[in-house]
Design a binder for this molecule. Structure first.
Ligand SMILES: C[S@@+](CC[C@H](N)C(=O)[O-])C[C@H]1O[C@@H](n2cnc3c(N)ncnc32)[C@H](O)[C@@H]1O
Length: 453
């Protein structure tokens, strides 16, 4: 009850001046030639308020090449790019994930798009999704590859830690053969394109349960009737991705966007000039990378098949909030009253969980400070985040970010709330970690508009 009162008072004070309706309206003429993946002119007034995009297909162009947890809706990114940037703009996504912001910047022919991302597998997906390739070349390579798959008799069985736990023997054999053929492709970009198709197959034919992002073995798949055909899946995904590439390739033919993918940590200052970026759009993790949306666990099998790189086991603990911080220079509890109250409520029940929550916001604070430096004066930083429940405390990440950002020098101009529709997220989690006790995970997301002042 107390927390609610504080929230209401803060909300009134916090978001004020941005008249998004007017901004969207003034850029509406730009949409008139837009394809209907992005804009349905039949009801443009309503579209001003559209942030859910539930009737739109997110798997357009190269966006549809590969799954990734908590991916952006391309239409949302497009709307923001239309409103806040032009062809001379430099755009940054400091939690790039699989590269949605970069792809949309290319499709709109923006000057430059930069992504910072710590997960090497996400960087790899983003690289492939932002590399246009002539689809006719892909088809030629695909036909050779197919022929070779059915003729090749001698190949090496691929191995990585625990491979037999995640795959049946037959699938290991076929995947090993397919991998070897793809790895022998002479053209690097084409090889990477087919590795991304292969990576989708690796997920589909494994013994894992696909309901969430955590890695679990599905016991039902141990039965004899689970015997997926590796090449059938590869064929389907390759055809789908070649068709998507065709759209992407012809749409970006005249695009001059410079793409820079920085495989690094957004808590650390990167080699990006201060005051150089026109817009930052990002969606940071929600603070539940170890419990619900586990980026590392999602990436593990694919990355082991592609690179056999054991660093993938450490991804989740290296991400934002992945480790408990004992020593920190900023006492952010003094910068955000909401965080202080909510942290103390959790601490009364479980001090370790409270420290995990605090560590997440400490990390986020460092990333916000760097973002502030990269951004030009007066420009916008738009964050899409979710509020979550820990120990029955509904954490107001939207308010906490506003307050922390205020300390750094940002002004919060608006917070919008959108329904999560397209994301693959479990609708319930277990905030007490007691069996049978669940609560609703985020069904709404916050879109926070910060401005450097
Ligand atoms: C919500 S996802 C972003 C998804 C992205 N918008 C997309 O469309 O694919 C958040 C991303 O932040 C990354 N991440 C977490 N901590 C990071 C850090 N300290 N530095 C850089 N990236 C980080 C995660 O690996 C994850 O890919």
């Amino acid at each position: 009850m107390l927390i609610n009162k504080i929230e209401i008072k803060k909300e009134k004070k916090l978001y004020t001046s941005l008249d998004l309706y007017k901004l969207v309206e003034s850029s509406i003429y730009l949409y008139e030639n837009e394809d209907e993946y992005y804009y349905k002119p039949k009801d443009s007034k309503e579209w001003y308020y559209e942030w859910d995009f539930k009737e739109y297909n997110p798997n357009i162009y190269s966006h549809g090449f590969h799954q990734y947890p908590a991916k952006f809706i391309p239409q949302l990114v497009r709307k923001l790019l239309r409103v806040f940037t032009n062809e001379n703009s430099i755009i940054l996504d400091n939690f790039m994930g699989s590269g949605t912001t970069l792809i949309e910047s290319m499709l709109l022919n923006r000057k430059k798009a930069i992504g910072i991302e710590l997960n090497p597998f996400a960087c790899f997906i983003a690289k492939v999704k932002t590399t246009p390739i002539n689809p006719n070349n892909l088809t030629k390579y695909y036909l050779c590859l197919k022929k070779e798959f059915f003729n090749l008799k001698n190949f090496n069985l691929y191995k990585f830690y625990n491979i037999e736990f995640w795959y049946k023997e037959h699938q290991i054999r076929d995947l090993s053969k397919l991998r070897e053929i793809i790895m022998n492709i002479d053209d690097e970009n084409i090889k990477n394109f087919f590795l991304i198709c292969f990576s989708e197959v690796v997920r589909r034919v494994s013994l894992t349960n696909h309901n969430g992002f955590k890695l679990h073995r599905d016991k039902n798949k141990l039965r004899d009737d689970f015997n997926p055909n590796v090449f059938w899946h590869f064929d389907n995904i390759s055809q789908r991705n070649i068709a998507l590439m065709k759209d992407f390739y012809y749409k970006t033919m005249n695009s001059k966007t410079e793409i820079q993918i920085i495989h690094s940590d957004s808590r650390i200052k990167q080699d990006i000039e201060n005051n150089s970026v026109d817009l930052i759009i990002t969606s940071p993790p929600y603070g539940d990378s170890r419990t619900t949306v586990a980026y590392g666990q999602f990436s593990r099998l694919s990355w082991q098949w592609i690179k056999n790189d054991n660093s993938v086991f450490k991804i989740d603990e290296n991400l934002l909030g992945g480790r408990i911080k004992k020593n920190y220079e900023n006492n952010i509890l003094d910068y955000s009253n909401t965080l202080k109250i909510q942290y103390n409520s959790i601490k009364d029940k479980d001090s370790k969980r409270a420290d995990e929550v605090l560590s997440f916001y400490l990390d986020l604070y460092d990333a916000l400070k760097n973002a502030y430096n990269y951004l030009k004066e007066d420009k916008y930083f738009v964050l899409v985040t979710g509020n979550r429940t820990v120990k029955n405390v509904f954490l107001r990440t939207d308010l906490i970010i506003s307050e922390l950002a205020g300390k750094i020098g940002f002004r919060t101009e608006k917070i919008l709330y959108r329904n999560i529709i397209n994301k693959r997220m479990p609708k319930r989690n277990s905030p007490t970690n007691r069996k049978g006790e669940t609560s609703t995970t985020m069904l709404k997301e916050n879109i926070i508009f910060l401005r450097k002042s």
